[in-house]
Write a protein that binds this ligand. Sequence first.
Ligand code: HEM
Ligand SMILES: [Cu+2]
Length: 508
Amino acid sequence: MVLELQKPRPIWQIMFSTHHTDVGLLYTITSLTFFFMGGALALGIRAELFYPGTQIISDSMTFNRMFTVHGTTLIFLFLLPFASAVGNYFVPIMVRYKDMAYPKLNAVAFWMIPPGGALIWLGFADFTWYATPPYSAISAPGPAADMWIFAQKILGVSSILGAINFIVTILKCKHPDLPLSKAPLLAWSFLSSSLIIIVAVPTFAAALVMLLTDRLGVSGFFDPAKGGDPIAYQHLFWFTFHPEVYVLVIPAIGMMYEIIPRFSRKPIFSHGSGIFAFVMLSIVAFSSWAHHMYSTGMSFTEKTVFMIGTLAAVPASAMHVFNFLATMWGGRIKFATPMMWAVGGIALFFSAGAGGVANSAMPFDFITHDTYWVVGHFHLFVMGTIAFGSIGFLYYMFPYITGRMYNEAAGKAHFIMSFVGTVMVFFTQHVLGLYGMPRRVFDYMPLPEYIVMNQIASVGAMIIGASMVIWIINMIYSSAKGKEANMEDPWGLGGKYYFPHQAKNPHH
Ligand code: HEM
Ligand SMILES: [Cu+2]
């Protein structure tokens, strides 16, 4: 089996390899490490908010640093690299090519991530994951902020290199017998998200240079005192980062497209609508960035345009959900661990999407903007959908990577606890937002409602944390001692299933 770790192999052979499955493995391990690091900060934040007043974090500056690094880590050092991990393993196999188009470039893109991560963690900046001026341009303290900016430049270049590699691999290296329209949806998801990356990310790269020169005192793009405009930064930022949320979610949906039909023992209900919805999403991703900026004083017309632009993403997202449901409908479903994560992820995708629709209505957004509602909304996506899809997919890959089976009972316990915890934390945060609790605060008024809801959220977070410990133990133990997997049919679904077009290439 192509994905199997060839044992025994010394670690440096994997580290210095440019083979797509080895690079995929490096991406997997790195991204999971950052997942646990970023998660630990989240537990610290929730512990602080368990009671009003000061608990474990001494000052608000430290608190700001913690959630800045938490968010930056989980988006840029976990979700994005994890998607690259999956893409590296599967895209070449799915388009029936021996490797990525540019294997060395692929390794270079990976090796930019550890230094980027180190800069973020050693600096520990405090200006939130937006780095919003004027604070970031004028007064965010020293090396931390500059290290963050520099790290983002590195990670941005890495993700553009990765995207170019995926696009070329899919469009140019695809086997001639495989029409693009028949390529698996997982491959399509990488094509779509890579196209978004190469259009969106350069804008933020420009904004970062402007921000850095502002900090160096040689320009005043975003400094009102020098005639600059801080709102301009927000436009550049959200022009990149609204589409970026689709860069995150599209591969996760692609992963669900692998899992759902397989565990429903049915073909995908509609391959064509899956492709259509991916392409639609990657176009309309660009029509909605200013929905993050309703309260910055845009004209009514502008706001209306962006409200409609935002809603344009809804039918495309819904198309995926219906496609999943129709695939499961009448299938002989086996709720093994990967399937549970995928189905749980779809349920939360639907809930989070409904919250998004509410948000995009500007009068509602005026009430919820910068409250915990927003935190609840996007976490339901990033944790409830994207991380759920990713974790489920990792269980799915596990036998193929290690040749062994994970422990099914522990996998299910992990899912159930994470699901319950996720609902407890992020549904409650929506309500907290409606009660008016602002986001990014280190303390809150000692109202009974606030206290109870913050405690529910904090307990939920601890449950998620505990479930992750089960996961780590299961992964480590099972990769060494788990029972040998039947590589042709690890879950006993009946019928032989290989990845559609399995490549058999020696490692190089
Ligand atoms: C596809 C998956 C999605 C992801 C990953 C996602 C993620 C996010 C993130 C990260 C933020 C907040 C950024 C921040 O302030 O730190 C956000 C805010 C927002 N999202 Fe989503 N979102 C998704 C889908 C949607 C959809 C489908 C809609 C609307 C139909 C939507 C509407 C909004 C609005 C209006 C805001 C701004 C709220 C505010 O700041 O007042 N989102 N989303
Ligand atoms: Cu957005």
